[in-house]
Design a protein around this ligand. Sequence first.
Ligand code: NDP
Length: 337
Amino acid sequence: NRRIVLASRPVGAPNNDNFRLEEQPIPQPGDNEVLLRTIYLSLDPYMRGRMSDAKSYADPVAIGAVMTAGTVSRVVQSNNPNFKEGDWVLSMNGWQEYAISDGSELMPLGDNPPAPSYALGIMGMPGFTAYMGLLDIGKPQPGETLVVASATGPVGATVGQIGKIKGCRVVGVAGGAEKCRYAVDTLGFDACIDHHADDFAKQLKQACPDGIDIYFENVGGKVFDGVLPLFNTGARIPVCGLIAMYNATSLPDGPDRMALLMQTILVKRMTMRGFIIFDDYGPRYPEFAKDMQQWLAEGKIQYKEHPVTGLENAPQAFFDLLEGRNFGKVVVKVGED
Ligand code: NDP
C-alpha cells in the first residue's frame, strides 16, 4: 500500500519536503469492514489548509498521517453486508492506494457509473459548492452581472454556467489567454479577464458596464481589489475561498483596505457571507444532484478535468493547483479500474 503522508508543515508554498511516500502492507478488513482500492484521488485547494495547524473549521492532518482527500474507489474485499466486491464508492481514502472503511461514510456510485470521477468534481463537492453558494447566497436574478474568478476551475466554471442558466451577464476572471478563451467559447461566459494583465482593474470595469451585483469570491487578493469599486447597491458576495492568500505568511503590502471595505459594505448595503459546503448545506445535496444531472444531460453544463496519472505525482500536481497550472478539476488516477 503506497501512501503519501504529511512529513512537515509548510511555511509559505508547500514543497516536496512536506510530503513522504511510504510503502506499507495492504491492510486487512475486520468484521463489518471493507477494503477499498483507490481509483481516483481528488486534489483540492482546501488541502493547503489541512497541512497547517492554524485553527480552522477542520482539524489539521497530523504529522506522519496520510494526507486527507476525497476518492473514488472500488471494494476489493467485503465483510460488510451492504457492499460487495467490485462496488464503486465515493470515499475518503486520502492519498493512498488502499484503505479500510466500516461503510458508514461511503456513498455508493452504482454498479457501472459512466463517469466515476465526476463524483469528485461536477457531481461532487466542487459542483455542490458552486450551486449552493451561488443560488442560496448569491441569489442571481436575470439581467444581473455576476463576476467569478478561478473561472475555469471546477467551482468557478460551474458558478458561471449556472449564472448563465439563471439569466445573468457573467464575467469570469482567469489566469492567461487560453483559460479566458475557454471561459467564453466553451463555458459561454460573456467575457473573461486575465488577472495577470497590468490593466486588469480597467479591463474588469469595461467588462462590467452596469456594475457588479454578485461577486462569487474564490480568490481574494488583487482580484478583490479590482472588484470592490464596482459593486452595485444590494450586491451579494458568497465568500467561498481565498486561494490567493493560502500560501501567504503575512498580510498584503500596501495601504490597509479595511476602512474602504467596511464603507463600501455600508453604503452599498452589501451582503458578504462565508460558507463551508457540507457543514452548511449537506442535507441539500439531493436538490443539487437532481438539477446538475439534468443540466449535464441537456448539455447546459460543460466540465473539464485536469488528469494526472500516478499517486507519486500527487504532490507536484497539488503545487501546480495552488499556482494556477491546472486547467480544470485535478483528478489523480491512482489505480486501474
Ligand atoms: P481551482 O482549480 O479553481 O483552484 C485553483 C485555481 O485558483 C488556479 O488554477 C488559479 O486559476 C486560481 N488561483 C490561484 N492563485 C490565484 C491568485 N493569486 N489569484 C487568482 N487566482 C488564483 O479549484 P476549486 O474550483 O476546487 O476551488 C475554487 C475555490 O473554492 C478555492 O478558493 C477553494 O478553496 C474554494 N472552495 C471552497 C469550498 C467551501 O466550502 N467554502 C468548497 C470547495 C472549494 P487561474 O489560473 O485562473 O488564476
